[in-house]
Design a protein around this ligand. Structure first.
Ligand code: C2O
Length: 509
């Protein structure tokens, strides 16, 4: 891992993570980007150095630190045209922020158009030296981070509206559907040890059903929030969501119940020391045409082979409403529908070419929203793009209701600058104000009878992006900005030299 004070070089490299060589945009020449880690309370100073040259993809960039609140550092949120201008090639930008009150599993990614689909995404872990779950695991380090990604053979700028992905990558390796013999990732464990695995969906599109053959796991963290331990044998994880779970490496030689080997696979070694780590995209219903959605859980002492075991999850798919934060945090506002200070309905539609939110597709303004505010805009109605900016006063409870059933879902809707109480999730009709799960990305559901309701408190002045984390949908308009406490944004977010720093090309401001 690289520490909280570092350079991060953004480069073009040719990579073949699924056996197909292509040009990419990546951090430090690798996919996924190197894990960046620090401790709760650390100050991060990440100097992003743009060395991009390949004009078949975007040569400007920004980096967003997904899930971090950026309290009083809205200008470090890294969203092109919301908090800053894109960083031009041969330039750099110092992301300087602190993480005083958050710990858990996060990630970083380009937040310029669909650039992260070309490779610019990696894990970000904030360790808590006083982690309340410490007693539950023996190992928690770089080796226990598991990323799930989709991978494309066509550069994002040419890929079209919602392109099919060509492979699923687990920890950056996989196989496209043409029988390549590209290597799979291996996660090494020692029998008897308990591991805190950090599962991150860094995809541009699919959700995954994640399983490990012959193993169950215990969820202890959701999107940076510690939760009461909950046992499952599969996790459905949507784009940008994270879970920590305990994996007890409790399988030993001879302990496996194996299914018969599938045909056409040559069987030599002792499979009892291996298990398949599997990530099935979009519950198998997708344009995805094959490939191997697998990595290998390898017990110490085992050689280099692939498992032939297959396990169908036995426990019904987890409902997120069963999860409970370790420390209960009630939803803000009164405990009934519409009982918040500010109540917002977001009606999402797909027109065939774009997504609209309450009738407006997101179209990036030429001057980033933050800089419009720093230039003196006082009201949401003064801000562009008009119709996409929601002004919120400070210290209010906010309820947002989002009907499901929008074409192309379940859509994972993400809010910057906050996490939120999931008062009603897509998989339940029950309203839970007392002890809801808190997270920063929620699936809004696949049917029109789904209705997701979230709440949060406005305590973080600044414009915060809220959007579908299927990156193609964001690009097609599925986004709004929650402009929180516009009047105090300039004072709180220390804009000294903001124009020079955030938009160096705008010399005349
Ligand atoms: Cu992962 Cu707008 O964020």
């Amino acid at each position: 891992a690289i520490g909280p004070v570092t350079d991060l070089h953004i480069v073009n490299t040719q990579l073949a993570p699924d056996g197909f060589l292509r040009d990419t945009v990546v951090a430090e020449g690798v996919f996924p980007g190197p894990t960046i880690s620090g401790n709760k309370g650390d100050n991060f100073q990440i100097n992003v150095i743009n060395q991009l040259t390949d004009t078949s993809m975007l040569t400007s960039t920004t980096i967003h630190w997904h899930g971090l609140f950026q309290h009083s550092t809205n200008q470090m949120d890294g969203v092109a045209f919301v908090t800053q201008c894109p960083i031009p090639p041969n330039d750099s930008f110092l992301y300087n922020f602190s993480v005083p009150d958050q710990a858990g599993t996060f990630w970083y990614h380009s937040h310029l158009a669909t650039q992260y689909c070309d490779g610019l995404r990696g894990p970000l872990v904030i360790y808590d030296p006083n982690d309340p779950h410490k007693d539950l695991y023996d190992v928690d380090d770089d080796s226990t981070v598991i990323t799930l990604a989709d991978w494309y053979h066509i550069p994002a700028p040419e890929a079209g509206l919602v392109p099919p992905f060509n492979a699923t990558l687990i920890n950056g390796l996989g196989r496209a559907g043409n029988g390549s013999s590209s290597p799979l990732a291996a996660v090494s464990v020692t029998a008897g040890q308990r591991y805190r695995m950090r599962l991150i969906n860094i995809a541009c599109d699919p959700n995954y059903i994640f399983t490990i053959d012959n193993h169950t796991f215990t969820i202890i963290e959701v999107d940076g929030v510690s939760v009461q331990p909950y046992n499952v044998d599969s996790i459905q994880v949507y784009a940008s969501q994270r879970y920590s779970f305990i994996l007890n490496a409790n399988q030993t030689v001879g302990n496996y119940c194996q299914s018969p080997p599938p045909p056409l696979i040559l069987v030599f070694p002792d499979f009892s020391k291996y298990a398949g780590i599997r990530a099935m995209p979009n519950a198998g219903v997708t344009t995805f045409t094959g490939g191997t959605n697998m990595a290998i859980l390898r017990y110490a002492g085992a050689g280099s082979v692939e498992p032939n075991t297959v396990q169908t999850p036995s426990i019904a798919s987890m409902q997120e409403t069963v999860l409970r934060p370790l420390v209960a945090q009630p939803a803000p506002g009164l405990a009934h529908p519409g009982g918040a200070d500010i109540n917002i309905e977001l009606d999402i539609n797909f027109t065939g070419t774009e997504f609209t939110v309450n009738g407006q597709p997101w179209v990036s303004p030429s001057v980033p929203v933050l800089l419009q505010i720093l230039s003196g805009a006082q009201n949401a109605s003064d801000l562009l793009p008009s119709g996409s900016i929601y002004g919120l006063d400070l210290n209010k409870s906010v309820e947002i209701n989002i009907p499901g059933g929008v074409v192309g879902g379940g859509h994972p809707v993400h809010l910057h600058g906050h996490n939120f109480a999931v008062v009603r999730s897509a998989d339940s009709d029950v309203l839970n104000y007392e002890n809801p799960v808190w997270r920063d990305t929620v699936n809004i559901g696949t049917t029109t009878s789904d209705n997701v309701t979230i709440r949060f408190e406005t305590n973080n002045p600044g414009p915060w992006f809220m959007h579908c984390h299927i990156d193609w949908h964001l690009q097609a308009g599925f986004a709004v900005v929650m402009a929180e406490d516009i009047g105090d944004t300039a004072a709180v977010n220390d804009p000294t030299g903001a124009w020079d720093q955030l938009c160096p090309a705008y010399n005349n401001q």
